[in-house]
Design a protein around this ligand. Structure first.
Ligand code: CU
Length: 160
């Protein structure tokens, strides 16, 4: 009696392990092997009010994590300038090294709170354009986001 299935299963398990080790953030999580689902990130509600300044702009978005592990936003890059992640504490803002997107939760960057800070703009983003950014997470593949530029007075609540 032979057990042809055993060897195949072992090979598949090894292959799955190798794929996980590459650290790809967009895995389908279908291993069903008791392993962690990892972080599953999606971005919504991104916008940038058309900046009034020639050199600085702010960007807002919400990062959702439907996975089983938290993700750590460690940096943001863009071709329109230098980007840092800022938090707002008692009305003044300061750069932070990282922000966590909790497992099964979200990280909201919203007006008056955490935000993306664009400085040393290479061009001034105008309403109707899109600004491409890359969100970098510790140990995960970067996430590309196209941030639409809205009117300077735009707020998500009014939709205007
Ligand atoms: Cu700021």
């Amino acid at each position: 009696m032979r057990l042809p299935g055993r060897r195949t299963a072992t090979a598949a398990a090894l292959l799955t392990g190798v794929l996980l080790l590459t650290g790809c953030g967009s895995g389908d999580g279908s291993a069903g092997d008791g392993g962690s689902a990892g972080a599953e990130l999606s971005v919504s509600g991104a916008y940038m009010p058309q900046p009034v300044s020639d050199s600085m702009a702010a960007g807002f978005l919400t990062i959702s994590n439907s996975g089983g592990e938290k993700a750590e936003l460690v940096s943001v890059t863009s071709d329109v300038g230098e980007v840092t992640v800022h938090e707002t504490v008692e009305g003044s803002m300061r750069a932070v090294e990282s922000l966590a997107v909790p497992a099964g939760g979200e990280l909201a960057l919203s007006s008056g709170g955490n935000h993306l800070m664009f400085e040393k703009l290479t061009r001034k983003p105008l309403e109707g354009e899109k600004v491409a950014v890359k969100l970098h997470f510790a140990g995960l593949s970067p996430v590309d986001v196209e941030i639409p530029v809205k009117a300077a007075t735009y707020t998500p609540a009014s939709g205007q």
